[in-house]
Design a protein around this ligand. Structure first.
Ligand SMILES: [Zn+2]
Length: 57
């Protein structure tokens, strides 16, 4: 069962959260920094990140 999250919880979980395309670990970072390739994955040092997808309600 999927519980509907409060807006502040949604923001905390999905705003500015990125997922590494290589090892799929989550990183919270500034979108402009991610776009300029300044954010690296903590575990594999990759700069290939995608925004975390919000689940469909
Ligand atoms: Zn990684």
């Amino acid at each position: 069962m999927v519980k509907k999250l409060a807006p502040e919880a949604m923001g905390r979980l999905y705003n500015r959260v990125y997922v590494c395309k290589v090892c799929s670990s989550k990183i919270r970072a500034d979108p402009t920094k991610v776009r300029h390739g300044k954010v690296k994955c903590r575990s594999c040092r990759s700069t290939m990140l995608r925004p975390k997808r919000k689940p469909l309600v």
